[in-house]
Design a protein around this ligand. Structure first.
Ligand code: DX5
Ligand code: ZN
Length: 214
């Protein structure tokens, strides 16, 4: 069973509320929100006030992907804004263990994202504490990029890592370049949360796009 998480990075920013309602009606299971600060990645998107404004629009869980330096500065505000999943980048956290504790203390699920060049083994010490591992299958910062094939092996490794840690609850999410051509590869490898930006928001028929990814 997989959950399709449309990334609002590819939505029409002038009509975000309508866009969220639309994908909710068309089968999305979660809303993926890409927070970028222009430092960790060379792009800038939205922050907590926008997330807060969108919270009443849909009942779907919010999955905030923090492509920011100092993610710890936003955790409590994200909890107040009604976010369910907070995913920080391993590369942005000097004190990853502490950040994970902070997310849990704020009452949210904690995820860690890995850039394409970051090995899965960097999560071995915290594997038991994770609710989610996000394997980036593109370099973060932009929608519509080409899927990096070696990500498939990293999904398998993440699955193994969680199994070894006896963590049966955590999910593996994949983000970047997911479309009709790549989706089967990542599902077979063990990803169950599938982020799709351009493949959902850019589709003429979003219902069919979501159903076929699922
Ligand atoms: C990229 C973002 C993604 C992005 C995916 O940094 O994390 O969530 O929106 O876009 P697609 O699905 O178009 O590759
Ligand atoms: Zn993302």
């Amino acid at each position: 069973m997989v959950t399709i998480c449309p990334s609002i990075l590819s939505a029409d920013f002038s009509r975000l509320a309508e866009e969220l309602k639309d994908v909710e009606q068309k089968g999305a299971g979660c809303i993926h929100i890409d927070m970028m600060d222009g430092h960790f990645v060379p792009n800038l998107t939205f922050g907590v006030p926008v997330i807060k404004a969108l919270r009443p629009v849909t009942e779907l869980p919010f999955d905030a992907h923090l492509m920011v330096t100092n993610p710890e500065a936003y955790i409590d505000d994200l909890a107040d804004a009604g976010v369910q999943y907070v995913t920080v980048h391993q590369e942005a956290c000097v004190h990853l263990d502490r950040v994970l504790q902070q997310i849990h203390e704020a009452g949210m699920k904690a995820g860690v994202a890995l850039n394409p060049a970051t090995p899965v083994s960097t999560l071995s010490c915290v594997a038991g504490q994770l609710d989610l591992i996000l394997i980036m299958s593109v370099n973060p910062g932009f929608g519509g990029q080409k899927f990096i094939p070696y990500s498939v092996e990293k999904i398998r490794q993440a699955k193994e890592l969680l199994q070894k840690a006896g963590n049966t609850e955590a999910v593996i999410e994949v983000d970047g370049g997911i479309n009709a051509k790549t989706v089967q590869l990542v599902k077979d490898a063990g990803a169950t949360f599938l982020v799709a930006g351009s493949a959902v928001f850019g589709a003429a028929d979003r219902k069919t796009a979501i159903a076929s990814l699922r």
